[in-house]
Design a protein around this ligand. Structure first.
Ligand SMILES: C[S@@+](CC[C@H](N)C(=O)[O-])C[C@H]1O[C@@H](n2cnc3c(N)ncnc32)[C@H](O)[C@@H]1O
Length: 329
């Protein structure tokens, strides 16, 4: 059953504030819903959608008349967000040393309006991405490579590339072209020569791109991929069997794969696909006892050292992040 106390809310509107003052009755002023109906409303999908809207105002689900209660950590006693802080503020704070916000002023590109959903099965995404000249895009194209599949805003990779300039190259694959444009803009502004972003459908482009890279593939991440909740849309999920096979074929021995999601069903789907390959993989806790898992086998800590943007938004809402870290044997 879904924990309703996790439900996220952004700053309430005046109307909602007055309802809060009246004791959290239902949003439409009707009788509160039963516990069972509440649980259904707060399915994973409702939670995921609601946190996607979090940068907007306090949103009541379109047809909903549900009652809701604020996450205690996010609200003060007046029903206001703690210090007016939003998860976007936390993203800026965690990535403050990149100073990307200041770069927004350098052009309109920082303020891109981005489509929320892209259908990777659309005809425009059915062709694999062009292989770049690796010597052109990286200073040293023989360095070990990390690939982030569905790199989103790209902040995570930029942060890593800046922190470890000599040891690895970083490649972000992202289907939304405008995000890639901004990532490339940022990487160029920071003068990073060990990072590259490609606009492509990673599901069908990974093999061609990575198999042409001159150095070893050492780390692949799939972090909070789009969930595509409906069963008939599962085929739109980025991780499909050919991609699993391609990752494992290209990864070097002792190379690692990190999977994570704030949606349990998505995390389980990814886990099941990699667990099937115990012929070539081990979960990290079986190799290194400094990594611990909870009783369900999910890694207890973020092993990267910084959270992705989606991870920050989800944790702000009180969601749990489900992680698995595999190593090739
Ligand atoms: C929920 S976001 C997560 C972004 C980032 N990994 C994070 O954790 O903040 C998922 C990202 O995957 C991208 N994506 C979805 N399907 C993709 C595909 N087939 N190939 C490449 N990127 C994809 C989406 O455009 C989106 O930016």
């Amino acid at each position: 059953m879904v924990d309703c106390s996790r439900v996220r809310t952004t700053h309430p509107t005046p109307r909602e504030q007055s309802m809060l003052a009246r004791g959290w009755s239902s949003a439409a002023g009707r009788a509160p819903l039963s516990a069972a109906t509440m649980a259904a409303k707060f399915s994973s999908q409702a939670l995921w959608n609601s946190s996607r809207r979090m940068k907007r105002r306090f949103v009541i689900p379109r047809k909903g008349h549900w009652s809701y209660k604020p996450c205690s950590s996010a609200f003060d006693s007046n029903g206001c967000r703690n210090g007016g802080i939003t998860s976007s503020d936390i993203v800026e704070r965690e990535y403050a040393d990149l100073n990307l916000k200041d770069l927004y002023g350098a052009g309109q590109i920082g303020r891109v309006r981005i489509r929320q959903h892209v259908n990777p099965l659309g005809s425009s995404f059915s062709v694999p991405g062009e292989v770049p000249d690796w010597d052109d895009v990286f200073n040293n194209s023989k360095l070990p490579l990390m690939v982030d599949i569905g790199s989103g805003s790209g902040r995570l990779l930029i942060w890593l590339a800046k922190r470890f300039p000599e040891s690895r190259n970083y490649l972000g694959l992202e289907i939304r072209h405008k995000l890639i444009q901004r990532c490339q803009f940022w990487a160029k502004e920071i003068c990073l020569r060990n990072i590259h972003f490609l606009s492509c459908n990673a599901t069908i482009s990974f093999e061609r791109l990575v198999s042409s890279y001159p150095g070893p593939l050492v780390f692949v991440t799939i972090l909070c991929p789009d969930p595509h909740f409906k069963k008939r849309h599962h085929k739109r999920r980025v991780l499909q069997k050919p991609l699993v096979d391609s990752i494992l074929n290209n990864l070097i021995t002792e190379g690692q794969v990190l999977l994570q999601s704030d949606v349990l069903q998505v995390a389980m789907d990814m886990r099941d696909q990699f667990d099937l390959r115990i012929d070539v993989l081990k979960h990290i806790d079986a190799i290194d006892d400094s990594f611990s898992c909870d009783e369900d086998g999910w890694l207890q800590y973020n092993p990267i050292g910084i959270r992705t943007e989606r991870e920050i938004h989800a944790e702000f809402e009180g969601a749990k992040i489900y992680r698995r870290l595999y190593q090739k044997i």
